[in-house]
Design a protein around this ligand. Sequence first.
Ligand code: ADP
Ligand code: MG
Length: 702
Amino acid sequence: MSEVLNVEKIFNQNVFTLGKMRERLPKKVFNEVKNVMDYGGELSLATADVVAKAMKDWAVENGATHYTHWFQPLTGVTAEKHDAFVTNPDEEGKMLMEFSGKELIKGEPDASSFPSGGLRATFEARGYTIWDVTSPVFLKEDATGVVLCIPTAFCSYTGESLDKKTPLLRSMEAISEQALRIVRLFGNTEATKVTASVGPEQEYFLVDRDKFLARKDLIYTGRTLFGAPAPKGQELDDHYFGTIRERVGAFMHALNIELWKLGITAKTQHNEVAPAQHELAPIYDTANVAVDHNQLIMETMKEVAERQGLACLLHEKPFAGVNGSGKHDNWSITTDNGVNLLDPGDTPNENKQFLLVLACMMKAVDRHADLLRQSASDVGNDHRLGADEAPPAIISIFLGEQLDDIVQHIIRDGVATTSKEGGKLETGVSTLSDISKDATDRNRTSPFAFTGNKFEFRMVGSKDSIASPNTTLNAIVAEAFCEAADELEKAEDFDTACDALIQRYMKENYRIIFNGNGYSEEWVEEAARRGLPNIHSMVEAVSTLTTDKAVALFEKFGIFTRKELESREEVLYEQYSKVINIEALTMIDMATKQYIPSVIKYTKELADTVLSVKEAGADVSVQSDMLNEISVLLKEAKAALETLKLSQKKGIEMEGKDRAFFCKDTIMVDMDNLRAPIDKLEMLVDKDFWPVPSYGDLTFEV
Ligand code: ADP
Ligand code: MG
């Protein structure tokens, strides 16, 4: 029998954990580091030197040769530049591996090649990476060997954030500070900070690597740009939670081991709705760690798949007509003395606090529905949102029947009319403490659902970093908390003022609550009547970042300056245009070099057949009908190809917002027009002549 896997032993094997620090650092140094981790501040250089040496020793003992400041630029993926621990040898030729505190705390990668939206001119291309002490350092093993990775934030020379991590950390501070004011109102004097926790559920597809490599569209864009539907899709619902196939099982097993070594609590795995689609969820963690871990999960999925002759597709919509992938972002806020602010609780005091928090959430989500929508937008996600497979593009909150009943009751009669019975807050309908147990109440069509003791933001795309959704959530809720605290801290009679505020917030923002079917046409109309924004695409969402409302919010809590927001707008437009341009070029390439030549070959075969059958004196009507039908589609495809080529050329001459909208409104339409005849041809042409694997080959033959 093979060696028994000891998960407890391998867990965190590649992480420089608190435990390892405690073991390896002098007590005084350890305490200083722990203090900075818990309460912020900066490490002294002397301390950093000691930490760096201990870290390097541990890393080298485990085979590391290099270190890197691991950061998350606005590209959405992570970046790393490796430096060896190697130093100059002495006279005798002996070399000592070294790593200083300075190198640990701060790095200076050339920032000129990362998107900055004009924040940093290339002549002052310096950027800084700064160690995020609260996210553990880890070892990454890949073909380059073993690398010590230091999670960092990435800023420009003048201090503007150039990454996804910096604003996230700033937003975590904001929500901690404002949530503390809320719990203080309820007499909690023990808590010293409040942490946003996040548990992301990651969906993905697995396909055979050779078939993946036979499709230029998958290679260059991560999604299929052509492809007729397979005879079977997801209609039988036989894949969801189905038995996991051998090859997929082996992948999941190997993946879990790699993730556990990195201290990632890979917990739940199952098949998803679409064929070849699966999901992995870790146990939730502090927001910044969860963001780092999610990036690592995505990277590790790709690597493990490659090792096993598979390819992992993280794109939101790899196959048209088949459900795409998302990432449910489970979010909650908890004090360091263990109180989850989204937990209804058992005592009247806890109940009241929960209702206040809920009222603030309603206000935050209603006021900033546009920003929340923006935070979940990326190019791929445009194919899912509102397409009856993922939540609509309209933001609303699902509370479930019971909680909605309570909210309606409060709006009608006020909080005070709810009576206390048996230590529970009775609202005439039900008790709040029951709700926490009733987490089963699900509405899969809702973008933002209360699920017992957390909110589940279901709009996020599978490939996207979860930094932005969580930054936005933290920020908008911090603002609502701040406003509530400003009012209630001044109140003469806290109880009465609090009741009134809860009722007012719920009443004013009740339009954001929707418990019905989010996929229905009626909801789209109803939402419009309620005045809720329905932002259809990523490019339409971009400008929500720089409204006066958004700037006021982000500047108030020091999360983004106006300048940073404007730069992000620019980056997003540019990203959108670049992605669409690559997709258009890939389609042009495939149509020109693969599809059209293959179809022409097939028409020759048919034409030859027509001639020889005719010569033999038999009926050729079927063969010549087919030849005609195919020739008509071929002509259509060729014309659509020429149109797309023209618009692609026009697009690259444009810039910024104009170009992004041109991509969406013109190039994307031209792409669809090219796809249509080619997909029809796929259903007519002999499979032996077809140049690429089909949808069926990709999704059913894994
Ligand atoms: P589902 O039934 O929604 O598919 P999963 O078990 O797949 O549930 O995922 C739920 C996710 O929510 C997990 O990552 C889990 O750790 C996370 N989660 C659970 N409780 C909380 C909480 N209080 N705050 C944040 N995330 C949570
Ligand atoms: Mg799940």
